[in-house]
Design a protein around this ligand. Sequence first.
Ligand SMILES: Nc1nc2c(ncn2[C@@H]2O[C@H](COP(=O)(O)OP(=O)(O)OP(=O)(O)O)[C@@H](O)[C@H]2O)c(=O)[nH]1
Ligand SMILES: [Mg+2]
Length: 501
Amino acid sequence: MTTFVDRVTLHVEAGKGGHGVASVHREKFKPLGGPDGGNGGHGGDVVLVVDPQVTTLLDYHRSPHRRATNGAPGAGDEKNGANGVDLVLPVPEGTVVTNSRGDVLVDLVGADARFVVATGGRGGLGNRALASRRRKAPGFALLGEPGEATDVVLELKSLADVALIGFPSAGKSSLVSVLSAAKPKIADYPFTTLVPNLGVVTAGDMRYTVADVPGLIPGASEGRGLGLEFLRHVERCSVLVHVIDCATLEPGRDPMTDLDVIEEELSAYVADETLGGLPLSERTRIVVLNKADVPEARELAEMVKPDLQERGIEVFIVSAVAHQGLKELTFAMARHVVEARQNIESDVTPQRAVLRPKAVDDSGFVVRRETTSEGEVFRVIGAKVTRWVHQTDFANNEAIGYLSDRLNRAGVEDELTKAGAVAGSTVLIGPEDNAVVFDWEPTLVGGAELLGGRGQDQRLDENTRRTTSERREEFYARKDAQSAAREELRDERESGHWVDE
Ligand SMILES: Nc1nc2c(ncn2[C@@H]2O[C@H](COP(=O)(O)OP(=O)(O)OP(=O)(O)O)[C@@H](O)[C@H]2O)c(=O)[nH]1
Ligand SMILES: [Mg+2]
């Protein structure tokens, strides 16, 4: 049986980029050659793709954590690492993707419509690719970037192609059970069905989905019975099939009255505009007169059929229990589904991307001055500068030097000065919750000795290495290590092979 799942939270993680490698070409009987470290491969993306064969979000309900594969690291001899494989997740037509704040990211309409929910991290460059005329033999490589990780909510806008609607106990669940492989609960008391059951029906080479929605009663549009929730389900189906119980002995009930009562509820229902379908009253409907295996019921059905046809409605006399009249019904529903799908396709542009999760301009950055419990800090925010930080191997001084150089060339230093940062100010770069902490030592205002030729400073020898976590500790401790850190950063900046391109 197809359990009904129309909303899931999906946790996705794209693949990490592979690290670049720093390596030097070696050959027997030859002197050391140039840098030959290859680049890391890119991490795989996580991609949602509309697949007409998929009708529910059930798979994601069962396993909501999905990851794409990582890129492989580069190797010596100019070998690049393999890219990670994209993880393609099939979703039903009409899946709406929202982020955790509730913003709609995309409305996936049309077969093969696709959306990248999480982008794989870029592979790091190897030292071969980092070599330039000025930096002939880089002793470092860039790290692969982390893959994007995010939570999204998938929601099915369309529940099914066909909704079976009608009074409780009219035989809706019975019908879906004989038309499809679904096996919903069937019983002779009202409101047996509390959440829709979905069934996939095959008619010739056509497949479509049928939803058996809970029973409607007068006043449902005002919330009576299980009320509005049902109508909301009905609203997400393009073809409406009235299932009418011709064997009921309840006073005041007969096929024509039942139909009118349900129609009244449909027209009183206020449509949810976000679903974007036709108003309920304008959707195709079919009438199914059920329980024709009961002689009195068949008689009654035959009697009202012409009246209904006069209203321009297609009518089928069936028995769910005795399997009568079902074939004609499935083909008629198929016909209407094809029509309805064509209407939908003609008035929506496939894959309406509402908002990209990416920053608009990822080359820019801003500097924000913040006061924290640890004192004043300057935060550098921007996709590109964050990426540079991710790519940096903080155990390698040359790599750190390369980072400071990139930051300076992007104008980070100027902006820090403008924002009021001075020598020794604390600067944070990177994601809010995992920023890398720097003690800032401006190159231009730091003193005459800093303007001298790069790579010729005697303090090169005093160099001491520190790890990222040590840096962080110091930030939080805010101890007197400040001046030592300043020294060190200056040394790092000068120890690298610098580029100015
Ligand atoms: N004789 C006869 N009984 C039927 C037929 N179809 C359904 N029934 C009976 O009608 C009762 C209600 O059937 P369900 O399929 O549960 O009805 P439903 O419309 O899904 O009801 P709710 O879920 O309560 O809204 C059950 O006892 C069924 O066996 C039919 O074709 N002939
Ligand atoms: Mg039912």
